[in-house]
Ligand binder design. Structure first.
Ligand SMILES: *[C@@H]1O[C@H](CO)[C@@H](O)[C@H](O)[C@H]1NC(C)=O
Ligand SMILES: *[C@@H]1O[C@H](CO)[C@@H](O)[C@H](O)[C@H]1NC(C)=O
Ligand SMILES: *[C@@H]1O[C@H](CO)[C@@H](O)[C@H](O)[C@H]1NC(C)=O
Length: 219
């Protein structure tokens, strides 16, 4: 009797622990994780580490939204017109138009199921051309974004590179980009509680509870 109570308590504690872990994880930003992978790969190839610019990250999320969830448009020649940066992307983010800098590279990928950052990296860097973009010495800064489409797939990842000065390009009025949920972008302290991280955490919680129940039933 005392032993089963102990088991039950241990299972409950384990469930709480796993739930707490997933709560912390939900604050993690997958777009920031992708930037970390990008910089790790660049520095391993003797290219510079790039500044993570929140204004550029926010614009990367706008760039995705311009595709309106149309996965089949990715990889073709169709891409948002250049004037979108100044006409819609910058104003939607609160980025000051005068601080827009040259885009020196862009990577975009899309698939029906959510690819976590490491998988997204492999999707984005899929050939020699994208590897050249990744390792280009033209870049000084980067912004990344990820989002699903109306509460589910397809999921889009976008990385924009720029040669602007990290401190004075893509600067945001008031220092905080306009939030644009759903979706996550890099360089800010956004908890990113959009559809992506919420569903991941929910699954972890369910797993934790099942784990605890399994523990409780094998007494
Ligand atoms: C960088 O990424 C490319 C493409 O995925 C890969 O082939 C290469 O091994 C990576 N380099 C390092 C040092 O991880
Ligand atoms: C770097 O910039 C130069 C000059 O604009 C351009 O010719 C070159 O293709 C760029 N390199 C890459 C890898 O994009
Ligand atoms: C510019 O960026 C550097 C780090 O990259 C930082 O140490 C410095 O304070 C920044 N300057 C301004 C004016 O924000």
């Amino acid at each position: 009797m005392a032993l089963s109570a102990q088991h039950l308590l241990a299972s409950a504690l384990l469930a709480l622990l796993l739930a707490a872990t997933s709560a912390t994880d939900s604050k993690n930003n997958p777009a920031d994780e992708l930037v970390t992978l990008i910089n790790a790969n660049r520095t391993a190839s003797k290219a510079s580490s790039l500044a993570d610019n929140q204004g550029l990250g926010c614009i990367a999320l706008q760039y995705i939204k311009a595709y309106k969830g149309e996965c089949n448009e990715v990889g073709g020649n169709k891409k948002p017109v250049e004037s979108s940066f100044i006409d819609t992307f910058a104003p939607n983010c609160g980025v000051q138009a005068t601080t827009l800098a040259k885009i020196t590279g862009r990577l975009l990928a899309c698939q029906p199921a959510y690819p976590p950052p490491a998988e997204a990296f492999n999707m984005l860097i899929s050939d020699a051309r994208s590897l050249d973009v990744l390792h280009s010495k033209n870049h000084t800064e980067v912004g990344a974004a990820v989002t699903g489409t109306s509460g589910g797939g397809p999921y889009f990842w976008c990385v924009l590179f720029s040669s602007g000065k990290p401190n004075s390009s893509f600067t945001v009025e008031g220092g905080v980009p306009k939030t644009a949920h759903p979706g996550c972008f890099s360089g800010n302290n956004d908890e990113c509680s959009g559809a992506i991280s919420t569903s991941v955490s929910a699954w972890r919680l369910v797993t934790a509870i099942l784990f605890a129940l399994a523990g409780a039933f094998t007494l």
